[in-house]
Ligand binder design. Structure first.
Ligand code: ADP
Ligand code: MG
Length: 228
């Protein structure tokens, strides 16, 4: 059931909200270092799939396997620890902590993993340099532009050396020029660090940065490469 060599795989996921089926037998897999775009119209179940894969919500049925372990067999505490150690997140609106400076935001995942402040901020600054936002270290999120904020969010997602980054419409609030730069930097950085990316988007020009596309329709995921 689990495609050979995959890092994260879901099989036959179902999730219903009241009488609305959000996922209706969705399967998915991603290899280490692979960038996969999850495409599909609004309401098709993309975010629900991403949240299940990341262990944020529990599907009604189906299995999710990460690095050989089934997520459903873990305790809530184990899943939270896994999210902190192995996963990074980028959402449509950066979701940076407004009270912290940009460098403190980027350092946060490292601090949560027990890294001391100085070392965490040193690593944070290195990632900010790669994302071309190193000049924003002492600014607060409210003081930077949307595109800059998303690059800070990408730096934060990468800072703790995750194995997988989950990005849900990461450029959805940006104009196309800023969106493309964020995608370029995100995919370049992820590829060079061998980080897998699960990229949810409904925009074809964003999906163009992926290695492979999967389409979700009515809660079912279809791998385009194996479609015809
Ligand atoms: N927390 C929720 N409560 C109720 N319905 C939800 C919830 N989350 C998603 N849904 C419904 O599930 C379906 C899939 O939603 P979603 O995964 O957010 O789609 P997408 O990300 O592709 O736009 C939609 O019909 C949506 O209204
Ligand atoms: Mg969504």
């Amino acid at each position: 059931m689990i495609p050979e060599g995959s890092l994260l795989a879901a099989h036959d996921l179902r999730k219903t909200y009241g009488s609305t089926p959000a996922l209706d037998g969705a399967s998915f897999s991603v290899h280490p270092g692979e960038v996969v775009a999850v495409m599909g119209p609004s309401g098709s179940g993309k975010s629900t799939l991403l949240h299940c894969l990341a262990g944020i919500i529990t599907p009604d049925s189906g299995t999710i396997t990460y690095a050989g372990r089934e997520l459903s067999a873990m305790s809530d505490a184990e899943r939270s620890a896994l999210r902190r150690s192995d996963f990074g997140f980028v959402f449509q609106f950066g979701q940076l902590v407004p009270e912290l400076t940009c460098v403190e935001n980027v350092a946060l995942p490292l601090r949560l993993n027990g890294v001391k402040r100085k070392a965490a901020e040193r690593t944070a600054r290195e990632w900010m340099e790669r994302l071309e936002v190193d000049d924003l270290g002492s600014q607060r999120p409210g003081e930077v532009s949307g595109g800059q904020g998303q690059r800070v969010a990408v730096a934060r997602a990468l800072a703790a050396s995750p194995k997988v980054i989950f990005a849900d419409e990461p450029t959805g609030a940006l104009d196309s020029l800023n969106g493309e730069r964020v995608m370029e930097l995100l995919t370049e950085a992820a590829r060079s660090a061998n980080v897998a990316v699960v990229l949810v988007t409904h925009e074809a020009r964003v999906a163009a940065y992926s290695d492979r596309d999967v389409t979700v329709r009515d809660g079912r995921a279809r791998d385009l490469e194996h479609a015809v």
